[in-house]
Design a binder for this molecule. Structure first.
Ligand code: DOR
Ligand code: ZN
Length: 423
């Protein structure tokens, strides 16, 4: 079967391409791309005028909840949401039940994914057994089972000597360590950003220092061990001088943020809105602006969703009892595209942050338009507006403070190998 994607703006950060033209797919593989392709044989034409034609996004921070909490999400529903958001490869975090701290769980995820996942899944295993921060998992066996990285996401490895060992040991297996930077001694029982709002609402705050102290310690350990470190979901302005310093020092690190940290502020939780309760918490307008500057300067070069589904059981409760997290797979591209609209990033840079840089962190080949590569193609309409309703959200969970809002930019279609999905 042949598919010809006609007249779209073809952007590929791996190949450094950005031009208007045609893309030909044959037998599920990229056959060619050029300003104009003429085909004499039978072909299915897809009109892409006004659309961006991009390789699939790679989201390295997703919670799929399988095994153990399938009422919130499972591999089928989570990857359906991913597909709808143009995310064609994703890495899933290990805080499942049981946690992914053994080759058996890693294998289970990969086997189940073969049966029901719409997109490619890369499991992240935990750094410590049970994510308890006491004893390292068996990195070599986890790698052989298919783990691509290690993280205790949701928790920081508070014991510095254990974290140092983890970094050293992980380097032998070529596994990056992803750190959830939050010093629990400072964030203990915290609910939202610490400041005037937390005082007004009578909720215990999570100070910026809980994050930045953890960031700095982990950067120092990465410097000492020269092992690759990835800093997950950064949210506060105080990190920035330290990220700049780490770049100057040549420390082997990468940093990530999520659309909610450059789009939303703590004001979302006013009125005790549990849908806006997330960890790290939404911060202030100043933090939002600082995160944007960090993206513009390339101090943060990965954007991930931190898709964290929770059901009404975990969200329609008192604020203190509600779980942290919001869904994000279908918002990743529309919200990130605002960075282009605002002139902070150009198209190629944005897609580096969403495709090539996250792939580099996981040491995988990014989806790209080189001839012979499998078709992993997203057609994105940057002008199309849509309203966030429970019906359009493909995740089993609908926990997002964006419900009812209008977003600009929508994935219209996905071509995945031989299949065409109209979204
Ligand atoms: O808000 C969050 N939710 N932050 C995390 O680090 C974990 C996640 C979850 O698993 O729900
Ligand atoms: Zn986290």
């Amino acid at each position: 079967m042949r598919i010809l994607v006609r007249g779209g703006r073809i952007i590929d950060p791996s190949l450094g391409l950005d031009f208007v033209g045609d893309l030909l797919i044959e037998e599920g593989k990229i056959k060619g791309l050029a300003p104009k392709i003429e085909v004499t044989e039978e072909v299915r034409e897809i009109d892409a005028k006004g659309l961006l034609v991009i390789p699939g996004l790679v989201d390295i921070h997703v919670h799929l909840r399988e095994p153990g909490e399938e009422w919130k999400e499972d591999l089928e529903s989570g990857t359906r949401a991913a597909l709808s958001g143009g995310v064609l490869r994703l890495a899933c975090m290990p805080n499942t039940k049981p946690p992914n701290d053994s080759p058996e769980v890693t294998t289970y995820i990969l086997e189940e994914a073969k049966k029901k996942a719409y997109v490619t899944i890369y499991p992240i295993a935990s750094i410590t057994k049970g994510q308890l921060g006491k004893e390292l998992t068996e990195f070599g066996r986890l790698k052989r089972a298919g783990a691509v990285a290690l993280s205790d996401d949701g928790k920081w490895v508070a014991d510095a000597s254990l974290m140092k060992k983890a970094l050293l040991y992980a380097k032998n297996f070529d596994l990056p360590i992803i750190s959830h930077c939050e010093d629990p001694a400072l964030s203990y029982k915290g609910q939202i950003n610490e400041g005037n709002l937390s005082a007004k609402l009578g909720l215990k705050g999570i100070p910026f220092s809980a994050e930045t102290i953890a960031v700095v310690r982990d950067l120092l350990l990465a410097k000492e061990t020269q092992s690759p470190l990835h800093l997950a979901h950064l949210s506060v302005k105080e990190n920035i001088p330290f990220l700049r310093w780490a770049k100057e020092e040549g420390i082997p690190f990468s940093a990530e943020t999520c659309p909610h940290y450059f789009t939303l502020t703590e004001r979302e939780v006013d009125g005790y809105n549990t849908l806006a309760k997330v960890n790290p918490p939404l911060r202030t307008e100043e933090d939002v602006q600082a995160i944007k500057i960090a993206l513009k300067e390339g101090l943060i070069e990965v954007i991930a969703s931190d898709h964290a589904p929770h059901s009404p059981l975990e969200k329609e409760v008192e604020f203190e009892l509600a779980s942290f997290g919001m869904i994000g797979l279908q918002f990743l591209l529309p919200l990130s595209f605002n960075l282009v609209r605002e002139g902070l990033l150009n198209h190629l840079k944005l897609f580096e942050y969403l495709i090539t840089n996250p792939s580099r962190v996981l040491k995988i080949d990014p989806p790209c338009f080189q001839e012979g590569r499998p078709a992993e193609i997203v057609l994105f309409n940057p002008e199309k507006e849509w309203i966030v309703t429970p019906e359009v959200l493909q995740s089993k969970s609908k926990n997002t403070p964006l419900l009812g809002r209008t977003l600009k930019g929508k994935v219209e279609a996905v071509i995945l190998k031989e299949k065409v999905f109209l979204i």
